[in-house]
Write a protein that binds this ligand. Structure first.
Ligand SMILES: [Zn+2]
Length: 505
């Protein structure tokens, strides 16, 4: 949740801003790549129990490859890995190089490691929740610094953008520990603390005072090493503008889950990305006033919007022409749909008993909602799916992440896989859905030369699943092995270590 800086600068300050704006960009793209994907350190003993295939020269033979570009899957391939990189992708009949460890993965499919673009490190707790869904203030958001990184890695998510932080120091230190090989986890684009205005129910967030505060907040956290920013629901246009300008001045991108500011307003201000597909665009919400959030947070606008109508076309064209990416977060919105897919048993096993209880209470309430609410949520969800497809058809860059918040039914890692299934439900081919969850995220981050697809020269960040998701998308759940920088991690060992922990720490 971010707030912007209004343009209220007095003359000396404006001059200073102009001067700094004229200075060369603080972070050239290469520097950002080396910060998000630094050279891998050797794993320390604490990480060894989670490694199934140590670094080395490795050939994955007889695999099907879904390469992340959207091209059709290819059967009977060999992928050769050395020094943490993919060095060759060839037909299985090609001779193997000498001195490789051969892993015959017949019947399995290799995909690029997922680039999760709405992948938080916290859980939303509801203190003393009861069966009627009542909980006591304040709403607390405990940090899952132990369980979330393991859940992501275990499910093939090798790079995450944290997309809003409640404990930015924890996130920055966590990234350092992971990069140093001291704990298992994905590569991280650490997003700064939510840039939020007055009205937020989240007690852990800083509330911006004005545009100058927004600019200072961005500058402060950029100096401390965060590599992206996120604006939140109650930020106003002036604050958002100031935050965008300060982030861009430093070569960093900024996204938003907005409410007081509409999608078109944010695009005009220069935002890089909009979270939650088309679910939180408030422009046609009843009673919408400039710079003020609505009760429905966009659901009214989406439910009333014909995905093939002129209003939808015009909105999408506006975003595409401003080069604004959109992040699909379907799993969290699926939770509003009565009778939605149940939580997979392996994900359920990761929850604490309290998180499990909270999830089941809230799921039950969704199922028992008044008919009118259920019907409206179902329509909005279908419109959301269709709008995301239309956005891509119009040339928009769609990213993906599950947003593990909501009612506890979205769990890190598992949610990233569910997101791919829901993109297929939206009408994308499995290969296109995988591209949204891999290469598109890498492209947005400027890391497409390193990650996001399977090609010689790229980092060996790979997801291996049993079966063939290009035919049966649910096969994507069968994660067997996850490579990060050429090291093969063991999903079973990672999941076992966080059994019953998600919701606690
Ligand atoms: Zn979120």
């Amino acid at each position: 949740m971010s707030r912007l800086y209004p343009r209220l600068c007095i003359v000396p300050l404006c001059a200073a801003l102009l001067l700094s704006a004229a200075a060369p960009a603080a972070q050239p793209p290469l520097a950002l790549a080396s910060r998000i994907l630094p050279t891998a350190a050797a794993p320390t003993p604490a990480v060894l129990p989670y490694i199934k295939v140590p670094a080395g020269r490795i050939a994955l033979t007889h695999v099907r490859v879904i390469d992340g570009t959207g091209q059709p899957a290819q059967a009977e391939r060999t992928i050769v890995i050395a020094d943490g990189k993919i060095v060759a992708v060839s037909p299985a009949t090609a001779p193997l190089p000498p001195d490789v460890r051969v892993l015959d993965l017949s019947g399995q499919t290799v995909l690029p490691g997922i680039v999760g673009m709405h992948d938080h490190l916290f859980y939303i707790a509801r203190p003393d929740i009861d069966a009627a869904g009542k909980s006591e203030p304040p709403l607390m958001v405990p940090e899952m610094a132990f369980s979330a990184p393991r859940l992501y890695l275990a499910n093939g998510v090798t790079t995450i953008r944290t997309t809003g932080s409640v404990e930015p120091n924890t996130d920055l230190n966590l990234k350092q520990m992971i990069d140093a090989g001291r704990i298992p986890g994905p590569h991280m684009d650490v997003t700064g603390p939510y840039l939020e205005g007055p009205g937020s129910p989240f007690i852990q967030m800083h509330i911006l005072k004005d545009a100058a505060d927004a600019r200072r907040t961005v500058a402060f956290w950029a100096d401390r090493g965060v590599t992206s920013f996120k604006a939140y629901m109650f930020i106003n246009r002036a604050e958002l503008k100031a935050a965008i300008d300060e982030a861009h001045r430093r070569g960093l991108k900024i996204t938003g889950h907005l409410c007081a500011v509409t999608y078109r307003e944010a695009a005009a201000l220069g935002i890089d990305d909009l979270e939650h597909g088309f679910f939180v665009n408030t422009e046609n919400d009843p009673g919408k006033k400039p710079d003020s959030c609505t009760k429905s947070d966009g659901e009214d606008t989406l439910a009333a919007m014909d995905p093939n109508g002129p209003a939808a076309k015009s909105l999408i064209a506006d975003l595409v022409s401003h080069h604004v990416a959109v992040t699909s977060t379907l799993p969290v919105f699926e939770q509003r749909v009565a009778g939605h897919a149940p939580l997979w048993p392996r994900a359920m096993a990761a929850l604490t008993p309290e998180a499990r209880e909270s999830y089941l209470y809230l799921r039950n309430l969704t199922a028992n909602a008044p008919e009118e609410t259920r019907a409206r949520n179902a329509v909005a969800f279908q419109h959301g799916l269709a709008m995301e497809r239309a956005f891509v058809a119009a040339g928009g860059l769609l990213l993906a992440g599950p947003d593990p918040t909501g009612n506890g039914g979205v769990v890190p890692g598992f949610g990233d896989l569910r997101e791919i299934e829901l993109l297929v439900e939206a009408g994308f081919s499995p290969e296109q859905a995988v591209r949204v969850a891999t290469l598109n995220g890498a492209t947005y981050l400027g890391l497409q030369a390193r990650i996001g697809s399977i090609a010689p020269g790229k980092d060996a960040d790979l997801l291996v699943v049993k079966g063939d998701p290009s035919r049966t998308i649910t096969d994507i759940q069968n994660v067997e092995l996850v490579f990060k920088d050429g090291i093969g991690y063991d999903p079973g060992a990672l999941l076992q270590s966080v059994r019953g922990r998600y919701g606690e720490y």
